[in-house]
Design a protein around this ligand. Structure first.
Ligand code: FES
Ligand code: FES
Length: 186
């Protein structure tokens, strides 16, 4: 089987690799690129522990072929913390003991981040529906859902604070060329 050369972006970095055409993105990440944060729970798209984003969409990396990701952007758990600073979701998972063995945790974190990027004010039902494709065999779901809800609350508070700090936008002076009473300048 001939090898495929792929150029892609992972967590903002340009990455190139060579893989077999039948190799999953999960195998490429773990075995070729040494990015072992994404876990293999089932290998059949049922557990969500291999979740990554592909151009912002949440996908199971065990169901995506490595050869297909050329020219696309991938987000993995390795890109979630900024240096030593954990992502707020990671922090809340730790504080709320929302993990035990940790196998499912990277997938939950990636999925939860994708949710909060779309909706910073989800209901508990929305969180549970969104995370329905992620399975945990040990912690149970209540602490995980609580950690996501608490993170969302903190993010909303931070967003409100930063918008309160922003100076009000200055009104632009009326254009001299605008006709009296015109809704828009010509
Ligand atoms: S390993 Fe991909 S969904 Fe389970
Ligand atoms: S913490 Fe063990 S499977 Fe979720």
């Amino acid at each position: 089987m001939s090898a495929v050369h792929v150029s892609t972006k992972i967590n903002g970095d340009d990455v190139e690799f060579v893989c077999r055409p039948d190799e999953s993105l999960l195998d490429v990440l773990r075995d070729r690129l040494g990015m072992t944060g994404s876990k293999e729970g089932c290998g059949t798209g049922d557990c969500g522990s291999c979740s990554v984003t592909l151009d912002g969409r949440l996908v199971c990396s065990c169901l995506v072929m490595g050869a297909e990701v050329g020219g696309h952007e991938i987000g993995t758990i390795e890109g979630m913390a900024q240096g030593d600073k954990l992502h707020p979701l990671q922090q809340k998972f730790l504080e709320g003991a929302a993990l035990q063995c940790g196998i499912c945790t990277p997938g939950f974190l990636i999925a939860a981040r994708a949710l909060l990027e779309r909706n910073m004010d989800p209901t508990e039902t929305e969180v549970r529906y969104w995370l329905a494709g992620n399975l945990c065999r040990c912690t149970g779901y209540d602490k995980i859902v609580r950690a996501v809800m608490d993170t969302a609350k903190d993010m909303r508070k931070a967003a409100a604070k930063s918008s309160a700090k922003k100076p009000a936008a200055k009104k632009s002076p009326a254009k001299k060329t605008a006709k009296k009473g015109a809704r828009h300048a010509a």
